[in-house]
Design a protein around this ligand. Structure first.
Ligand SMILES: NC(=O)c1ccc[n+]([C@@H]2O[C@H](COP(=O)([O-])OP(=O)(O)OC[C@H]3O[C@@H](n4cnc5c(N)ncnc54)[C@H](OP(=O)(O)O)[C@@H]3O)[C@@H](O)[C@H]2O)c1
Length: 281
């Protein structure tokens, strides 16, 4: 079976490629290979390669950049998945699209399920929600996986900032009114691999189990490293950023649980495996 990964050079896409390479004929694409904002380029690729399954991990994931350049964010995060969905429909390919916990406004006090109404509080969340809508409108049988706070090998992110900071003896800034479900890209890639040959469709929450604030996440990393760490606890109003983050956007993998496919481990276990694998701590 042929599998194409848009965003195949990113944090998640590179792990999906790594896990799927042995089983499938995988094309992992960067923006230079195919620009998903250009329908002609997407259709031409699909015509040439004829993949049976398409996974869209491509996105503008810099939440603050999305607030500054709205059009670029909307083009990549909404028009991109729309173009891919059109091409998948044309070629009868299965589409697995990745979305985010930031489609929720963060006002609920318990983890969001797929049956809660989205209401983004920043522009990134808005663009991702429009991307979801296009996929649902165009394809009756698409899969949308919402995930959160992804960490993995490919590029730097919050976990790397904390580990490197602790190793250098720096003060770590941790925001207390940001709570979600940290997710290891390798665990999510395992789930995506499981869903590739299945007939499942619909919206699924897909994060590591449980949730924490950024402060609890920093404390857990320090515990795993067995090193002293200096932590400065702030709230969002003291941590000036262009985009507001939802205060509580933890996800519950409710739909996956209902169909007995929730294979996602807990976030603490995931964090430990990642830190051991990347830093040997
Ligand atoms: N990271 C998180 O914490 C997080 C949290 C929740 C949800 N998500 C979602 O998870 C998915 C994967 O995120 P990630 O963190 O793995 O992303 P990432 O590391 O930022 O990588 C983004 C990917 O998108 C590609 N891309 C950007 N613009 C493109 C364009 N115009 N045409 C084609 N490809 C383009 C990039 O290609 P180049 O290499 O060529 O730039 C890169 O491969 C996204 O849908 C994101 O919204 C991420």
């Amino acid at each position: 079976m042929k599998v194409a990964i848009f965003g195949g050079t990113g944090l998640l896409g590179s792990d999906v490629k790594k896990l799927c390479d042995e089983t499938y004929a995988v094309s992992a694409l960067s923006s230079k290979d195919v620009d998903i904002t250009d329908l002609g380029e997407v259709l031409e690729f699909m015509e040439k390669r004829q993949p049976q399954v398409v996974i869209n991990c491509a996105a503008i994931t810099d939440v603050d950049a999305c607030e500054k350049d709205n059009d670029h964010a909307m083009r990549v995060n909404a028009i991109g998945p729309k173009n891919i969905a059109i091409a998948c429909k044309e070629h009868s390919a299965r589409m697995i699209h990745i979305s985010t916990d930031y489609v929720f406004d963060g006002t609920k006090n318990e983890p969001y399920t797929e049956f809660d109404a989205p209401n983004p509080c920043n522009f990134y969340g808005r663009t991702k929600l429009e991307g979801e809508r296009f996929v649902r409108e165009i394809l009756g049988n698409g899969v949308i996986l919402r995930t959160a706070w992804v960490f993995g090998e490919r590029r730097n992110h919050f976990v790397d900032y904390v580990v490197n900071g602790v190793n250098k003896g720096d003060e770590i800034i941790a925001v207390k009114d940001m709570v979600s479900s940290p997710t290891y890209s390798l665990d999510l890639a395992e789930l995506i691999k499981l869903l590739i040959p299945s007939k499942e469709c619909g919206v699924f929450h897909a994060s590591n189990k449980g949730y924490c604030s950024r402060v609890e996440m920093v404390e857990e990393i320090i515990k795993i490293m067995h090193k002293p760490g200096k932590v400065k606890v702030v709230n969002q109003s003291q941590w000036k950023r262009d985009a507001k983050r939802p205060a509580f956007s933890a996800l519950r993998n409710y739909h996956l649980g209902l169909i007995d496919k929730d294979i996602m481990p807990g976030w603490r276990d995931a964090l430990k495996r990642y830190i051991r694998a990347k830093f040997g701590e």
